[in-house]
Design a protein around this ligand. Sequence first.
Ligand SMILES: [Zn+2]
Length: 164
Amino acid sequence: MSNQSNQIVIDSSQSEIAEIRTNLVKNHRSLYSRKAFKAHSVVAEFDWTQIHSKPSYLTVQISEKEHIELVPTYLECINHSCDPNSFFDTTSKQLVSLKDIAVGEEITFFYPSAEWDMDQIFQCDCGCSNCLGVIKGAKYLDDRCLKNYRFTDFIKQKLTSRGV
Ligand SMILES: [Zn+2]
């Protein structure tokens, strides 16, 4: 039987702030911090070169029909959590920490914070006590849940026009 470490490949070559850990068994990538960040600080600046009219599991939504490919690309390894520690501010183009992030901690964000109506819905298994279960996008969140999260300016506009 192989142990856990044999199943995880660590790539720290792409960034000084984080490393990609690939689980070879699940063929699943995650991003782990290599630095400590205080809450509400800038973790990374980002930008985009490619904009798509349709979302994919790697894109981040910035407007009704604009879905960006993140640059630097390692940021696309950030997984969803219902109890996230980071947020993609698509207006300032900064990944910011929502709480303290320790060295070696997985960096996560709340997909519906930037996605209105997701292309690929999924059953979340983040394991936090307030896990929402099926994740489909901000459009499907109830008002009570909205108070717990920070959203991009685009999603805030959509929520306002919905009447929240
Ligand atoms: Zn969850």
